[in-house]
Design a protein around this ligand. Structure first.
Ligand code: ATP
Ligand code: MG
Length: 428
């Protein structure tokens, strides 16, 4: 490999043909599940105005402070590659008036997200999420339905014992502010025991200290004031109702009073599905309620709740636990070999004829010419069970030779007109 060869950017991965069927598997399970809950897909651009993310995610979050891919376009406008999906969906819903008459919307999206992070297992700079946003429902049934749906999805994937659900309520903005003040007062009296990051966050985003990875900081947090004691009555009732719905549905959860999530826009319910199988990158899905965001973005007050799951982490988990079904067979059913120049042109017609016979058959017509011997070798290597040969003689006689590549049966010389019918009896 020449040293000047251009490589993919750090933290950005190719999905090779040998892996893409695994992506299809995950995506199709998710689609099936979303469909069963009557979600509709929305697709938004990968790039948005930088303001959109700064305003929605929050200025003092990890994402906005240090993870965004932001650049000026040729017109000197500040553009950002989306680091997450909610901001764009909220913008699209508002811009297109999807909730203008108070309609509810149940939307999902999928696609690449971009964050400038230190790449490691389960953490990339381009990664993919599948996410869901429900607009226009204030009540806890919406939160519950999302979690019940996710539990159903994990079961469909065989992951029901590999992930656990953590939930918390972070109340309204006012409740959170009161809690923040109490937390800051407490932590200020333990300043010297906090890790450096947390000391900084005390001024900027104190709630984030709750999910600090430092064990000293965690030790200080044991006796810290708890969000639950600061919840407003309505948030408390909302959380209780959610827990009742989950209990009734048999969805197990753990209340984690330290769970806050990284983005500013959450309110009331927050949740994460975590696994202990992926090291530090243990969160496979996270979400929550964001009742204030739409209004904050300039829309009519619209309650909302959603989540996003990380495809790469789920794929890693499925792989670790050996949960992929048998590899999908992508060997061709039929290999077509062409001998001689006039057969080349007619071969293309023949291949089309066969493909019209059944859209599910995989037909590999040999491309690029070459000797009979080399085409036979390729046919064998392709794994195809049937070989069609079209040469000068067959061409003149309107025939095609059919050879069994994996069975000890004599070859046949078939009329072109009866070929497709014959294949129907051979390809199951
Ligand atoms: P983490 O704490 O691991 O950085 P996060 O809180 O930043 O996660 P979210 O913004 O909630 O993550 O994104 C939802 C999901 O997307 C995560 O739970 C994770 O599965 C996935 N995810 C987030 N960042 C990355 C990344 N850089 N590479 C791969 N997956 C990611
Ligand atoms: Mg992160």
């Amino acid at each position: 490999m020449a040293s000047s060869q251009i490589k993919a950017l750090r933290g950005m991965k190719d999905v090779l043909p040998s892996e893409s069927h695994r992506w299809h598997y995950l995506e199709s399970k998710v689609r099936e599940t979303l469909n069963a809950y009557s979600f509709d897909e929305i697709r938004t651009p990968i790039m948005e105005s930088t303001h959109l993310f700064a305003r929605s995610i929050g200025e003092v979050t990890d994402i906005v402070e240090k993870e965004m891919y932001t650049f000026s376009d040729r017109n000197d406008e500040s553009i950002t590659l989306r680091p997450e999906g909610t901001a764009g969906v909220v913008r699209a819903v508002e811009e297109n008036g999807l909730t203008a008459n108070g309609q509810q919307q149940k939307l999902w999206y999928t696609g690449p997200m971009f964050r400038y992070e230190r790449p490691q297992k389960g953490r990339y700079r381009q990664f993919h999420q599948i996410g869901v946003e429900v607009f226009g429902v204030q009540t806890a049934d919406a939160d519950a339905e999302l979690l019940i749906m996710l539990a159903r999805l994990w079961s469909a994937l065989g992951l029901q014992n590999a992930v656990t659900l953590q939930i918390n309520s972070i109340g309204t903005l006012e409740a959170r502010n009161a809690y923040k003040a109490a937390l800051v007062t407490y932590l200020e009296s333990h300043l010297e025991s906090l890790d450096e990051d947390s000391q900084k966050r005390l001024q900027t985003n104190p709630l984030r200290i709750l999910d600090s990875k430092s064990s000293e900081t965690q030790a200080v947090l044991v006796d810290a004031p708890k969000m639950n004691d600061y919840l407003d009555q309505e948030s408390k009732a909302h959380f209780e109702t959610l827990k009742q719905y989950l209990d009734k549905a048999g969805v197990a959860y753990e209340v984690n009073p330290l769970l806050v999530r990284g983005l500013d826009y959450y309110s009331r319910t927050v949740f994460e599905w975590v696994t202990d199988q992926l090291g530090a990158q243990g969160t496979v899905c996270g979400g929550g309620r964001y009742d204030g965001l739409v209004e904050q973005m300039g829309g009519k007050p619209t309650p909302a709740v959603g989540f996003a799951m990380g495809n790469e982490r789920l794929l890693l988990l499925l792989e670790t636990l050996n949960l992929f079904p048998e590899e999908i067979d992508t060997t061709p059913d039929v290999f077509i070999a062409l001998m001689g120049e006039s057969a080349q042109a007619e071969g293309i017609q023949l291949a089309e004829e066969v493909r019209r016979g059944n859209a599910d058959w995989r037909i590999h017509m040999h491309l690029g010419g070459g000797s009979f011997k080399s085409q036979m070798k390729k046919a064998d290597k392709s794994g195809a069970s049937l070989l069609l040969i079209l040469g000068e003689n067959e061409l003149l006689e309107g025939k095609v030779v059919l050879k069994y590549l994996r069975e000890d049966k004599p070859q046949l010389s078939l009329d072109r007109s009866e070929l497709v019918q014959h294949l129907h009896s051979l390809i199951v």
